[in-house]
Unconditional design. Structure first.
Length: 132
């Protein structure tokens, strides 16, 4: 399934495989869901319209993380620009009423676990390089 095709299950699979990076033909077309990052597609596939709360919460957390590390400022600005430009709601898909099967729910849970295990509150500290 092509990235950005609108299929809930397809969007989940394409994001986890990194399809736009591997296959440029699967990149989103102009005017499609360019405003959504991979986590947004996964949360929408798993949570439906309730994913809007995840989107807004993630933006608030990233803004708060700028107090922890200045390296979050660029991400906070990007998220705020995307929220203002595209809005917090994921575009509705053609099959939004069909629930995910057990395998795809497990993949979504695995993506969440991977995110939690890989998350770093202060990813890059430029002051460490300058001090040396």
């Amino acid at each position: 399934v092509a990235y950005g095709s609108g299929a809930r299950a397809g969007a989940l699979g394409a994001d986890l495989q990194g399809a736009p990076v591997v296959d440029p033909q699967q990149a989103p077309a102009p005017g499609s869901d360019l405003g959504q990052l991979d986590g947004g597609h996964i949360s929408y596939a798993a949570l439906g319209t309730r994913s809007t709360l995840v989107t807004v919460s993630a933006a608030a957390i990233v803004i708060l993380l700028t107090l922890q590390s200045p390296s979050w400022i660029a991400w906070a600005v990007l998220m705020v620009v995307m929220l203002v430009t595209f809005g917090p709601r994921h575009p509705r898909t053609l099959d939004h009423h069909i629930p995910l099967d057990r395998t795809r729910v497990l993949v979504a849970v695995g993506a969440l676990v991977m995110f939690v295990l890989c998350f770093t509150p202060a990813p890059i500290e430029l002051t460490d390089f300058v001090a040396e």
